[in-house]
Design a binder for this molecule. Structure first.
Ligand code: ATP
Ligand code: MN
Length: 286
């Protein structure tokens, strides 16, 4: 199945880099096992900072090791406060090597949503064979989010630029300014809903053309940054070949149509779907 997908079209040019990586034993796991003096000091220091004391109390050593590795590899130099804390992941502000703000999404390997995550990965040809422990599934999930971001970006969809991935940690471009993270569409007054809708619709079509369905698209996962709409949270996005692709597409269309219909845009779930399906041509299976 993987081979078929690899041959199936232009969308395969990006997004499959993770396959070379062994999910069984990441560099972070090795660091956590060895616990040399430098890592132990790093972990202690981080554990004692306010934000990690509160939010990160459930982080395991391998998560600290992943953050440590990202510092070693010059992706990060300092950690800031949490932007968002959730059941599956926390998003933090951090500084990159050059002192620019970046966003760091740290997935909890103790997630209670393990079963649901497995279901999303299950039908995805890029993730065949990834089963087993929660940790493995989470690691695969983060790789998937990274590769989905790359794929979306290559397709011309505005998403946060993915910078690095290490075990259960994803580093990406920070959306926001000195005053804080960019608001989602829920928290802004949309001055021109027609235009906003046409942008979202265009992004949905580009994603679909690239063989991806977001799967959790709504006003909560669209942020308004730097004068433009940006799509976030693509970890669960599936390829159009996924057994539940149809259901996810329908739900995305329903969420988006109802949000914009409430703002008096002339849109229905059906009209959005037919726009995507008649105009777009996702890669076929053969
Ligand atoms: P949820 O379960 O709330 O959907 P999640 O754990 O799936 O959250 P995201 O939706 O990716 O994670 O991010 C959670 C919140 O963090 C977003 O609503 C947004 O406010 C913020 N956020 C995510 N990515 C970034 C980013 N790159 N820059 C700035 N803020 C971000
Ligand atoms: Mn979200």
């Amino acid at each position: 199945m993987t081979d078929e997908f690899v041959e199936s079209g232009p969308t395969d040019e990006v997004g499959d880099e993770w396959e070379a990586i062994d999910v069984r034993d990441t560099e972070a796991d090795r660091i956590a096992r060895q616990k040399d003096r430098e890592f132990s000091e790093f972990r202690k220091r981080l554990k004692n900072t306010e934000q990690f004391k509160v939010e990160g109390s459930v982080f395991d050593d391998a998560t600290y090791a992943a953050l440590y590795k990202l510092v070693q590899d010059d992706y990060l130099q300092a950690f800031g406060g949490p932007i968002s804390t959730g059941k599956e992941a926390n998003v933090y502000e951090a500084l990159d090597d050059e002192g620019e703000t970046v966003a760091v999404k740290v997935y909890l390997t103790t997630t209670s949503n393990f079963q649901q995550m497995s279901d999303y990965l299950e039908g995805d040809p890029r993730f065949e064979g990834i089963r087993g422990s929660t940790t493995k599934v989470v690691i695969a999930w983060v790789r998937k989010e990274y590769s989905n971001l790359k794929r979306a970006q290559a397709a011309g969809v505005a998403v946060p630029n993915p910078l690095a991935v290490q075990r259960n940690v994803l580093v990406m471009e920070y959306l926001g300014d000195e005053e804080g993270p960019a608001p989602t569409l829920v928290d802004v007054t949309i001055e021109n809903p027609e235009t906003a809708y046409s942008v979202v619709r265009k992004y949905m079509r580009r994603l679909y053309d690239a063989g991806l369905i977001h799967g959790d698209l709504s006003e909560f996962n669209l942020v308004f940054h730097d004068g433009q709409i940006t799509v976030i949270d693509v970890g669960q996005a599936v390829t159009v070949h996924h057994p539940n692709a149809e259901e996810f597409l329908e739900r995305d269309c329903r969420n988006i149509a109802s949000f914009f219909a409430d703002l008096d845009v002339d849109v229905t779930t059906e009209s959005l779907r037919s726009y995507l399906e008649t105009e777009a041509s996702p890669p076929s299976r053969d």
